[in-house]
Design a protein. Structure first.
Length: 120
């Protein structure tokens, strides 16, 4: 009886779908704007653990600063949220090992931006 239960358990386990990877999210808690990134290599494969870095200047004359950094999940996706609607354009530095690129976001023009990034 125990042997039959073990065989059934082994047969059922592979039939289950793997869980969806969690979206990597970091929040500045300064507003409602966001930026979604999908990072891929030149072959179109998602890059795991690519680093998305941004420095946000806010407050009177941009005196206050905040550095945010988030790594991509196994699908190459990450989100930076809680960005201020008013402010200077942001520059995101995206890197993984020796590959790098930058992306700019003008918050006044695109509050909820989506970027497809290719690292070479």
């Amino acid at each position: 009886m125990l042997l039959i239960a073990a065989v059934l358990a082994i047969a059922i386990l592979p039939a289950q779908a793997p869980p969806d990877p969690q979206l990597a999210v970091i929040s500045a808690r300064l507003g409602d704007c966001s930026a979604d990134f999908t990072v891929r290599d030149v072959g179109g494969k998602p890059i795991y653990a690519a680093i998305v870095h941004v420095r946000i200047r806010y407050g009177f004359m941009g005196v206050k600063r905040m550095d945010l950094e988030v790594g991509t999940n196994s699908d190459g996706q990450a989100r930076v949220e809680g960005l201020p609607a008013k402010g200077k354009p942001l520059t995101y530095d995206i890197s993984q090992a020796d590959r790098r690129t930058t992306v700019a976001q003008d918050l006044a023009a695109s509050c909820r931006a989506k970027y497809e990034v290719s690292l070479k």
